[in-house]
Ligand binder design. Structure first.
Ligand code: ADP
Ligand code: F6P
Length: 324
């Protein structure tokens, strides 16, 4: 079927590069003579009918901007079948024939339900800094978030060295080790603590003290936030109470989600946005644009609705070995 009118939305946590994907979807669709409606604030905006027509110039001058011009949201109602039925009715009433969803595995579950329950054509584009969607090596925003965290840790290292201090630097990743591991290796961190890892405080202290004994002036421990942000403070307390070791905590938080997207994020999201529309035109849905073996291609939506933790724990070992 040749579509004449499609819509797109962003859902879940935002990530740098979402705007590049929006631009690529809109420009590719218009190139093929397809009308595009932008839906504001994700599934919540869809249920409220927050629509805007997207023109070529509506996506001008956004390729370098972080966040998403369409904004995003989390929408608990969408977990219910009745609200998804309402969403499809609203889309159809506008003459919209297909939907592009930019988001994480949760958002893809919503898209999959639209297909399973109503055969409404959908395509997903993976957008989350966590790089934690099954069957894709990459999600838009990861590269930029890692670079932002690296720049922050480098600054912390400067002052840590001057004062001969140990820092616990907490990075994002509720269920994902991806940012922590890459940042750990790239900043020469002395240790990386994964999100669901039980902390071995004794080993942490031994490692830090061994470094100090061989003349190190600073130690950086990268802590993946895990289920509840702020766990670094608990670790700090244990190190103080049980080992009389003073540490400083820095929680990088949402600065990792903002900022101008890197060249990798711009390039991959441009490819993905373009491929998403071409897939719809080819009748190849429901799919997700993914990276496999370094190439952008399509995978079945049903394969991309769970979390994967690319838990390359050998990187944890690598960080430790190289900082010995
Ligand atoms: P992400 O897409 O980044 O993983 P969330 O898990 O918060 O983020 O999901 C974003 C939104 O997707 C949710 O607020 C909800 O509207 C929708 N969603 C998530 N899971 C489902 C599901 N199982 N069924 C329908 N909609 C879902
Ligand atoms: O975007 C993913 C993520 O950054 C997680 O790593 C983090 O735990 C979560 O979002 C926090 O998002 P919010 O503050 O929007 O709930």
């Amino acid at each position: 079927m040749k579509f004449s009118h499609i819509a797109l939305l962003c859902s879940g946590g935002d990530s740098p590069g979402m705007n590049c994907a929006i631009r690529a979807v809109v420009r590719t669709a218009i190139y093929h003579g397809i009308q595009v409606t932008g839906i504001k604030r994700g599934y919540a905006g869809l249920l409220r009918g927050e629509f805007q027509n997207m023109s070529l110039s509506s996506v001008g001058n956004i390729i370098q901007r972080g966040g998403t011009i369409l904004q995003t949201s989390r929408c608990p109602e969408f977990m219910k079948e009745t609200f998804r039925k309402k969403a499809v009715d609203i889309l159809k009433a506008q003459g919209i024939e297909a939907l592009v969803v930019i988001g994480g595995d949760g958002s893809f579950n919503g898209a999959k339900a639209l297909w399973d329950e109503h055969q409404f054509p959908v395509i997903g584009i993976p957008g989350t800094i966590d790089n934690d969607i099954s069957n894709t090596e990459y999600t838009i925003g990861f590269d930029t978030a890692v670079q932002t965290a690296i720049e922050a840790v480098d600054r912390i290292r400067d002052t840590a060295h001057s004062h001969a201090r140990t820092f616990l630097v907490e990075v994002m990743g509720r269920n994902s080790s991806a940012i922590a591991l890459k940042v750990g290796v790239c900043t020469g961190a002395e240790n990386v603590l994964l999100p669901h890892e039980k902390v071995n405080h004794q080993k942490l202290v031994d490692d830090i003290q061994r470094g100090i004994a061989r003349g190190k002036d600073s130690s950086i421990i990268i802590v993946a936030e895990g289920p509840v942000a702020g766990r670094s403070y608990e670790i700090q307390q244990v190190l103080k109470d049980m080992y009389h070791m003073d540490t400083h905590v820095v929680i990088l938080g949402h600065i990792q989600r903002g900022g101008s997207p890197s060249s990798n994020d711009r390039f991959i999201s441009s490819q993905m946005g373009n491929m998403a529309v071409e897939a719809l035109i080819a009748g190849d849905y429901p799919k997700v644009t993914v990276v496999q073996n370094g190439k952008v291609l399509l995978n079945d939506l049903a394969n991309c609705t769970t979390k994967s933790d690319h838990n390359f724990s050998e990187y944890q070992k690598l960080a430790q070995t190289l900082s010995i």
